[in-house]
Design a binder for this molecule. Sequence first.
Ligand SMILES: Cc1cc2nc3c(=O)[nH]c(=O)nc-3n(C[C@H](O)[C@H](O)[C@H](O)COP(=O)(O)O)c2cc1C
Length: 350
Amino acid sequence: MTDNFDRLGRFLTAVLRILPAELSHDIGLLAMEHGFLKLLPPPKNQAVAVPLQVTIPGLGRLRHPIGLAAGFDKDARCPDAFEYMGMSFIELGTVTPRPQAGNPKPRLFRYPETRSIINRMGFNSQGAEAVLRRLQEQKWTPTQVPLGVNVGKNKNTSAEQAINDFITGIEAFATVASWLTVNISSPNTPGLRSLATPEFVRDLAYSAGGHRKKCWIKVDPDMDRKTFQLLIEAIGSHEFPGVIIANTHRVEWPETGGQSGHPLLSPSNTCLEWAWDVTKGSLPVIATGGVLSGVDAFHKLARGAIAIQIYTALIYRGPGAVFRICEELAQELKLRGFGSAEEAIGSCYS
Ligand SMILES: Cc1cc2nc3c(=O)[nH]c(=O)nc-3n(C[C@H](O)[C@H](O)[C@H](O)COP(=O)(O)O)c2cc1C
């Protein structure tokens, strides 16, 4: 059911989409940072047909499985706005140790006809020190939704030194964040994806020490099955809490960069199946990639995801997307005879 928050939000998002993609993102984020969303009629928390609560190890019990994916609020400018949109967990970043500008513009492209985006932002980041200061000033409390920080490496850091960049990020945010994500999967930082090996995972586990129990690893959807499964096994065997499947799909046409939105749904779902094949659900998976509706979300849960992150859905469905996706998910679960979201997790394998 739509409400005025949803209607007005969709209208304003459609107006913003007239502008070039990055400019509209910047304006939207600035407005959210200044509390603009709260000027809209407050969103109505609709009663849903089926209980949607899920548990993420280390993050606790969430009221539903839909959270914010990394990349939208890279510098922790407005996590409270995403909480207001109904996100049940929020991932900030990617944050690099030192500030960097990212790639030259234009670097963000919308394709409404396929409900997709291509980006080659290249980790534009204000750097760990500035983001940490902002998070400390915001005094996020544990009563609010879990807040994670995604950490990456600077462009000019060599592959040999990359682990130091990750450890800098992990140590900087370990106490302020509910969880951390190690990003070895963005396609726009040269050499980053070459770190997605069992050897790197082992070295990271060793260097991160006790902090590794807070570090989820985010992987890309462009590996072959064997390489992907060896990586997943390594992540599971080194006591990382779980894996985020998947980052954007690397494309070279119509623009070079990472593709998100609807075209990513099928490849990222295949990766969920490959992961289940080797873990049988023993390694927790947060799914991201192409979830634009509650039906898409259902198929992530059915393939073994314990929770879901969205990004592109916000661009095409506006700030009411989380509420709508939750309602649609609950309807889909009811239709298929599930009594709760948790019952559906991994159900396509039984
Ligand atoms: C413009 C843009 C920037 C992104 N930046 C990051 C990032 O900094 N770090 C990261 O791990 N993922 C990043 N992502 C990937 C998203 O977190 C997510 O994995 C991907 O978009 C798939 O989800 P979706 O289809 O719901 O958008 C970015 C995605 C987009 C569209």
